[in-house]
Design a protein around this ligand. Structure first.
Ligand code: 5GP
Ligand code: MN
Length: 341
């Protein structure tokens, strides 16, 4: 349900607002949150952005970044207080409260009005207002449209625009994925008009690797890439020791899975990483092979049709074994997709 008048009514007077987004925020999660925060502040609301975990340092240039509260056990009481005192709680770029760890149950129990703004499949029904559009390329696209639909398009300035641009640019794979609609390009044209320096944002996000991050990429490509042509599948499995050896920081493995998908004939790719507490998985696919269903059915995850994630509490070896053992049942499907792409 896309009820802008209900949102207008909710926000007609200044309110205590909290915005949160998913675990390990990416550029869309953080950009849509800070873009929305910038707008709501201009409307006179008191806005606090709280993330359930830290995020990559290549996102820390966004306007409002310095005021973001990153949840940890140490500030649990503070975050609980913010949640319980917020009159409006925006949940951005995730569709299930389990994606925000401890904060999920705090928010479920909170009395403030919950507003979901998201583009993931299968939204959980926990919010009073839902702006969920699985066809949107990015949550930042929905935020942009919402601000326009609220009649406030003129409040989108360079700072808000930069945050929204980062979200749309990254979630469309720099305007490559099929989600890159005419609306996306029209929004970008408008963001250019308000002064967003798009090439700077590309550099800030994509050209800011440490030397070790790049060497890790080289190592992974040379030593860790497994290509299963029979199943049109390729994957990387990375151990906790390897992450340590390359001093891997949050965000350093982002984008790695796409290299596996870039091989000719490959239509399904995975990145399987031992994050110590759990094995985290990223899935990418092309065409009609649903990474989302694969993640949901086997690895307790979800996401979008062609980009999803999941996790496993088994060891890295056992997880890789399970992953490989699942492929035969998808063989025909993968073959068909490979033939059509
Ligand atoms: P990534 O592989 O880049 O971490 O995530 C790809 C997509 O899947 C993103 O839209 C992300 O929000 C979603 N995603 C990643 N991990 C999980 C997960 O464990 N559960 C669910 N439901 N979605 C996930
Ligand atoms: Mn997103």
């Amino acid at each position: 349900m896309y009820d802008v008048s209900a949102l207008k009514e909710l926000l007609k007077e200044p309110k205590e607002v909290m915005i949160t987004t998913h675990h390990k925020p990416d550029a869309d999660a953080l950009g849509s949150s800070l873009g929305l925060a910038g707008y709501l502040k201009k409307k006179g609301h008191r806005v606090t952005v709280v993330t359930p975990s830290d995020y990559p340092s290549f996102l820390n240039w966004m306007s409002g970044n310095d005021d973001v509260i990153i949840y940890s056990e140490k500030n649990d009481a503070l975050v609980q207080r913010i949640i319980s005192e917020s009159q409006v709680i925006f949940c951005l770029d995730f569709s299930n409260l389990s994606r925000i760890n401890e904060m999920g149950e705090y928010i479920r129990a909170a009395s403030g009005t919950k507003v979901l703004v998201d583009h993931h499949l299968h939204p959980e029904d926990f919010a009073q207002l839902q702006f969920s559009n699985t066809n949107a390329a990015a949550t930042a696209e929905i935020v942009y449209d919402l601000i326009k639909d609220m009649g406030d398009g003129d409040l989108i300035d360079t700072f808000i625009g930069e945050c929204l641009y980062a979200g749309i640019m990254t979630d469309t794979g720099s305007f490559r994925h099929p989600s890159t609609s005419p609306n996306v390009h029209l929004i970008i044209a408008d963001l250019l008009n308000v002064g967003v320096k798009t090439s700077n944002i590309h550099r800030l996000i994509y050209d800011s690797s440490s030397e070790l991050r790049l060497r890790f990429l080289g190592y992974a490509l040379k030593e860790k890439l497994v290509v299963l042509q029979e199943y049109h599948t390729a994957y990387f499995a990375i151990t906790a020791e390897e992450l340590k050896a390359y001093d891997s920081k949050t965000g350093d493995t982002e984008g790695l899975v796409n290299y596996a998908l870039s091989i000719e004939g490959i239509v399904f790719a995975a990145l399987i990483i031992d994050r110590s507490q759990a094995v985290k998985m990223s899935f990418r696919s092309v065409g009609d092979f649903s990474a989302n269903e694969f993640a949901r059915d086997h690895f307790n995850g979800g996401g979008h049709k062609n980009a999803a994630g999941g996790m496993s509490l088994d060891s890295l070896e056992a997880t890789v074994q399970k992953f490989e053992s699942l492929l035969p049942q998808y063989k025909e499907q993968l073959q068909a997709v490979a033939q059509n792409s």
